[in-house]
Design a protein. Structure first.
Length: 199
């Protein structure tokens, strides 16, 4: 199927596609009919006869590998779509529920990151690593409070442990020495890994 310029089918609210991922474009070009699988305010999952998924989304939802991003103006998808509503491509429009999305306006999505837009990666290279270090520290402190006080949330002894071992120290110790003093061992990923495996 080739997407060509055509008029929107009558009776449907018109929207314009902004961006389309390669897998979403293949879904649209397949010629297979589909239907709405699930609806949110700003996104809807469509599924075709072969069980392949397309995410129909509106800003501020971003792009992904199976996404068709469209500008629905002030329309909420949850108000114009229902589960199991049919979806099909007619000329250059995706027709689904009460919407007709013009497809020839969609720019191809490039999945590669735009590194030049991330100046802090080169200007402050430890920026993203700090998040991981913070998660590791939080997991290690949580494990210490759970082990020594029976928990963290709503446990007064855990609050006192944090006051005595972390907050009272202020800037008297290096961060690595403070962690070892407070938890009984150097910072490690062990408790963070345990937390992730439990989730």
């Amino acid at each position: 199927m080739r997407l060509t310029r055509a008029c929107a089918p009558p009776g449907l609210a018109a929207a314009a596609a902004v961006s389309v991922a390669p897998a979403a474009l293949a879904w649209l070009r397949s010629g297979r009919r589909g239907h709405v699988l699930h609806v949110f305010d700003r996104a809807a999952y469509l599924i075709d006869e072969r069980g392949e998924i397309l995410l129909l989304a509106a800003p501020p939802v971003g792009m992904g590998p199976f996404t068709l991003l469209a500008n629905f103006q002030d329309f909420r998808l949850a108000e114009g779509l229902s589960i199991d509503a049919p979806a099909w491509v007619r000329h250059d429009h995706l027709c689904v529920g009460e919407f007709s999305i013009r497809l020839d306006t969609a720019a191809p999505w490039r999945a590669a990151p735009d590194w030049a837009a991330k100046i802090h990666l080169s200007a402050a290279p430890v920026y993203y690593h700090n998040y991981l270090l913070g998660e590791m520290l939080a997991s290690q402190l949580h494990a210490t409070c759970t082990r020594e006080c029976g928990g963290l949330v709503g446990v007064a002894a855990a609050g006192q442990l944090l006051i005595d071992r972390i907050f009272k120290q202020g800037a008297l110790m290096r961060w690595d020495a403070l962690i070892e003093e407070a938890t009984g061992r150097p910072l490690s990923a062990r408790d963070f890994a345990d937390y992730l495996s439990e989730s």
